[in-house]
Design a protein around this ligand. Structure first.
Ligand code: SAM
Length: 293
C-alpha cells in the first residue's frame, strides 16, 4: 500500500480529525512516562549519540517535554493541530504540522526520529519508518512494548475491550477493526514483522491494574474507534462491561524497550491495509500501557 501522495494526505487528515477530537481528554486518559523511564531513555539516546531528534506524532508533548527538560533537542511533528496546540501550551518550542509519510525535512536533518505510541496508529508504519530513516542519519527509534517471555499465556476472560465490542455487536453495531487487539498487540506484530536492528530494555515491572481501567478510556471516548459509536450505545456497552468485570484486576509483566531501526524496512514488503485487521480479538486490556489509543 502506497501512502505517499493523496493517500498519505487522506490518512493524515483522518488522523488529524480523530486526534483533534481526542485532544481534550488525551492527557487525562494517558499516564505520563515515569521519571526513571525518561531518564533511561535520555541516557540511552545519548549513549547512542542521538541527541537531535524529530518526534513523529508528538501529540500533546507527553514525551517531548520531559526529554527536552533532560537536555535533548526535540522537534515535533503531528497531523493534529489541536494536539500540537496542547504541546505548544506546555512549552514545547519547535512544532510542525504535517504527515508522518511526507516529513518536510531534508535527508539526514536529525540524528534520529522518535516514535512513542504512534507506530500502531499508522495505516502504513513501514512507510513511516522509511520516511523517518530518510530524515535521520542514525535511523528511527521507537519506545515500544515487545512481547515478554514472562508474560502469562492463556485466556484473560474478561478483556474489557472485547466485552464492549461484543455488547455493541449485540445491538447491531459493528465497530472498526481498529478495536481489535490492543495497542501493545499491534505494536508487537509490527516489531515481529519489521525487526529492529537494536533493542534495549529501559524498564521492566510487574503491574496489577483493575480491568475496569480500560473502560474509562472508552467511556470518555478517548480511543479512536469509540468516536464512531453512537454515545448512548457506547455508554450502555461500557456499563454492561463494567458490571461484568466488577473489581477484578489483571497482573502482567510490562517491558518497555527502545528499538532502533538504523536501516529502513524494505520497499517490497507488503503491509496490512490497517493495523490489527487480521488480528484475533486480543485478551489484553486495551490502553493500560503507557498510553492506549
Ligand atoms: C497516540 S498519540 C501519541 C502522542 C505522543 N507520542 C504520546 O506518546 O503521547 C498518536 C499521535 O500521532 C498522530 N498521528 C497519527 N497519524 C499521523 C500521521 N499520519 N501523520 C502525523 N501524525 C499522525 C496523532 O495526531 C497523535 O497526536
Amino acid at each position: 500500500m502506497y501512502l505517499g501522495g493523496a493517500r498519505g494526505v487522506m490518512a493524515g487528515l483522518r488522523a488529524a480529525a480523530e486526534f483533534d477530537e481526542i485532544s481534550e481528554v488525551y492527557d487525562a486518559t494517558r499516564e505520563p512516562l515515569e521519571a526513571s523511564v525518561v531518564d533511561t531513555v535520555a541516557s540511552t539516546l545519548r549513549e547512542w549519540g542521538l541527541t537531535n531528534l524529530l518526534e513523529v506524532g508528538v501529540g500533546t508533548g507527553r514525551v517531548a517535554l520531559p526529554l527536552l527538560q533532560r537536555g535533548l533537542a526535540i522537534t515535533g511533528i503531528d497531523a493534529s493541530g489541536r494536539m500540537l496546540a496542547r504541546a505548544r501550551a506546555k512549552g514545547v518550542p519547535r512544532l510542525v504540522r504535517g504527515s508522518a509519510y511526507d516529513l518536510p525535512f531534508a535527508e539526514r536533518a536529525f540524528d534520529a526520529t522518535l516514535f512513542v505510541h504512534v507506530l500502531h496508529v499508522l495505516e502504513d508504519p513501514a512507510r513511516a519508518l522509511r520516511e523517518a530513516c530518510r530524515v535521520a542519519r542514525g535511523g528511527a527509534v521507537g519506545l515500544v512494548r515487545p512481547r515478554s517471555s514472562r508474560e502469562r499465556g492463556g485466556g484473560r476472560p474478561h478483556h474489557p475491550r472485547a466485552l464492549v465490542v461484543e455488547q455493541l455487536r449485540r445491538e447491531g453495531i459493528v465497530v472498526s477493526d481498529r478495536a481489535r487487539g490492543g495497542p501493545p498487540e499491534r505494536e508487537r506484530q509490527l516489531i515481529e514483522r519489521f525487526p529492529p536492528q537494536r533493542t534495549v530494555v529501559v524498564s521492566e515491572s510487574d503491574v496489577t491494574e483493575p480491568l475496569a481501567k480500560a473502560l474509562e478510556m472508552f467511556e470518555r471516548r478517548a480511543s479512536r474507534w469509540t468516536l464512531h459509536v453512537p454515545p448512548e450505545a457506547l455508554a450502555r456497552a461500557v456499563a454492561a462491561a463494567r458490571a461484568e468485570v466488577g473489581n477484578a484486576t489483571y497482573s502482567y509483566h510490562r517491558v518497555l524497550s527502545l528499538a532502533l531501526w538504523d536501516r529502513a524496512p524494505p520497499e517490497r514488503e507488503a503491509t496490512p491495509s490497517e493495523p490489527g485487521v487480521d488480528a484475533p480479538l486480543s485478551n489484553e486490556p486495551g490502553g493500560v500501557g503507557p498510553a492506549g489509543s
